[in-house]
Design a protein around this ligand. Structure first.
Ligand code: SER
Length: 592
């Protein structure tokens, strides 16, 4: 019997637990207090402060399965291996063990636990450059484990260096493990670096020893860390001896449902691609909407990416005959498949179904006419470039995300004047899509003093909102902080009155005037609850959490960082209170 996704996840946690690691829950897919990225993209991402030296409440050895979203390769989805959502199995040493432990553990897990043939394992190590020496130590460790010399490859930074996740942050040389499919070498230089298909990556161990600074230099980190990641779907594909992640047991019921609803004949390559696109995008959308900090489709930030995924799924699904409520029926299968591991999905089941149905209704009203408009446009095009104003019209009137127009154009051999589109977009002051894309390119959060102060102000405001609105349903739904402002989404059914806004400002400013210290304690989730702390209590393993207290003004579960005293904050002012989505309000506020 081949290993299933659930079994692999379990084996991973058990293996590292036995070696002194504390399992931690997957963090939200939507990073909190990190203005530079929209989604959590790797297991290490929520752990950046700890990799930089802050003590983690659960200790120095951690392991987990982390929900991740990467949309950089969205165009590749539909082939055998690309997904926009995936689970990353990870383990970390935060300044604890290093190569001598990690390499033999990796070997043991792959050969003993997963039963991979040692002779079919190939590994790569860093060949060295002016930033960091050749990693002969790791190569020797592999050899000692039993990897044949000819299966150890030295490669450069392009292949054997990981991170930082953004432009700055922790990074270092890595060693990657590959499964040799048994295909003959494609040439004498064939190595895991080439994409001939002989070698498939299974696991990446990063030896995080550097912090890349904004000026591009590599400073040694205070502590040497290990950060490893194994993509669950791809690992399963290898272990189940399959050619595609969509054939693994995690995708099977989703794919089967799509085939049943559409009647698609997947022996046709185009139909197969469409089935996979729908499977991937609906799975990702389900996890984004059903996240503990879930968002709904919109034209901004994560909501815009969600909209793009759903509309792309609807376009591809339409081609194989999927209809209105089919998409939410597929989402229900995703919830069923994952609900035991990610209970937040089950809790949000009704919301997931409703949001997908609504987005379908919104988009289907304009899709057909938009496609007609697009075809007409192509017919009368004078060059091979679709003007920005036409792309903007498709966006504004027919709800075509720009990327969809680009993709449709590409299928017909045309390009889109993206600068022209952006100029129109700016004119229409519908700010945030461009912002969202830019953020994808950015680095990790600036955790400087300004953001720390705004973060502290966010806690004070959260509490003040609960008091002023006197409503138990007032709860955080999202938070995003840049050095200039805080943005806070919370559940509340109507607009706030000017008096209420003033009362919240006054309360926060009173807490600032009181100049109380901000203290942090580590405790279990149960203790935090008993202490009256607010925050997300999602925790599967009973790990410790941090609780930040600001005198009598706030007590909240949070990862930090914060100002040392409330008196450092200056003057707090709410600059905007608006609707974010149904039942959710959004506040923007500044410290001045
Ligand atoms: N951070 C590394 C990766 O994403 C290892 O977890 O591959």
């Amino acid at each position: 019997m081949k290993i299933t996704g659930d079994e692999l996840r379990k084996k991973w946690i058990e293996f590292f637990k036995k070696r002194g690691h504390t399992p931690i829950s997957s963090a939200s897919l939507i990073p909190e207090n990190d203005p530079t990225v929209l989604f959590t993209t790797a297991g290490m991402h929520p752990l950046v402060p700890y990799l930089l030296g802050q003590p983690h409440p659960a200790g120095k050895r951690l392991c987990d399965a982390q929900k991740c979203v990467r949309t950089g390769d969205i165009d590749e989805v539909g082939d055998a291996t690309h997904c926009t959502f995936f689970e990353m199995l990870g383990n970390w040493s935060l300044g604890d063990y290093f190569k001598t432990e990690m390499v033999p553990w990796s070997y043991e897990f792959l050969t003993q636990e997963l039963g991979l043939d040692p002779d079919r394992l190939a590994v790569t190590v860093f060949e060295g450059d002016s930033d960091c020496p050749r990693d002969e130590e790791t190569a020797a460790l592999w050899e000692k484990c039993g990897i044949k010399k000819e299966n150890i490859f030295y490669l450069g930074k392009k292949h054997n260096w990981w991170g930082p996740a953004g432009q700055t942050g922790p990074c270092g040389p890595d060693t990657e493990m590959f499964f040799d499919t048994g295909k003959p070498k494609c040439g004498k230089d064939c190595s895991p670096a080439c994409d001939c298909g002989k070698y498939v990556e299974v696991w990446n161990d990063v030896f995080m020893q550097f912090n890349k600074t904004a000026s591009g230099t590599f400073e040694p980190l205070k502590q040497k860390n290990v950060d490893t990641g194994m993509g669950l779907e791809r690992a399963l594909m290898n272990m189940q001896g399959l050619k595609s992640v969509y054939d693994t047991d995690v995708f099977m019921p989703i794919v089967e449902k799509i085939k049943e609803l559409s009647g698609a004949d997947t022996s046709d390559a185009e139909a197969l691609r469409a089935v996979r696109v729908v499977a991937d995008h609906i799975r990702t959308a389900t996890f984004i909407i059903g996240d503990e900090r879930g968002v709904t489709p919109s034209n901004v930030d994560q909501g815009y990416i969600l909209r793009r995924l759903l509309r792309r799924a609807i376009r591809f699904g339409g081609a194989i005959g999927l209809k209105s409520r089919d998409y939410s029926a597929v989402a229900a299968v995703v919830v069923d498949k994952y609900k035991d591991v990610y209970p937040e999905l089950d809790a949000a089941r009704a919301k997931i179904v409703a949001e997908i149905d609504e987005e379908y209704d919104r988009f289907s009203r304009t899709l057909e006419n938009g496609m007609k408009e697009f075809e007409k446009l192509c017919k009368f095009l004078q060059s091979d470039i679709i003007p920005g104003k036409s792309a903007f019209r498709l966006y504004d009137t027919y709800g075509f995300p720009l990327e969809m127009t680009v993709e449709l154009a590409k299928e017909r051999g045309f390009k889109v004047d993206i600068d022209g589109f952006n100029a129109r977009f700016e004119e229409h002051k519908n700010l945030s899509h461009a912002g969202a894309e830019q953020r994808f390119k950015g680095g990790l959060a600036d955790t400087g003093e300004l953001t720390a102060r705004l973060h502290t102000a966010t806690h004070l405001m959260h509490r003040a909102l609960k008091q002023v609105l006197n409503d138990d349903s007032v709860n955080q739904r999202g938070s995003n902080i840049t050095p200039e402002r805080l943005r806070f989404d919370f559940s509340f059914g109507r607009a706030m009155t000017p008096e209420e806004i003033k009362a919240v400002e006054d309360k926060v400013n009173a807490a600032i005037a009181a100049d109380v210290p901000v203290t942090c304690e580590e405790m279990t989730v149960d203790e935090a609850k008993a202490a009256g702390a607010v925050g997300l209590f999602a925790s599967k393993y009973g790990e410790k959490v941090k609780v930040y207290t600001m005198g009598e003004y706030s007590k909240e579960i949070c990862g930090g960082p914060h100002a040392a005293r409330t008196g450092e904050l200056g003057h707090f002012r709410i600059v905007k209170e608006q609707s974010s989505s149904a039942g959710v309000r959004r506040i923007k506020a500044v410290l001045e």
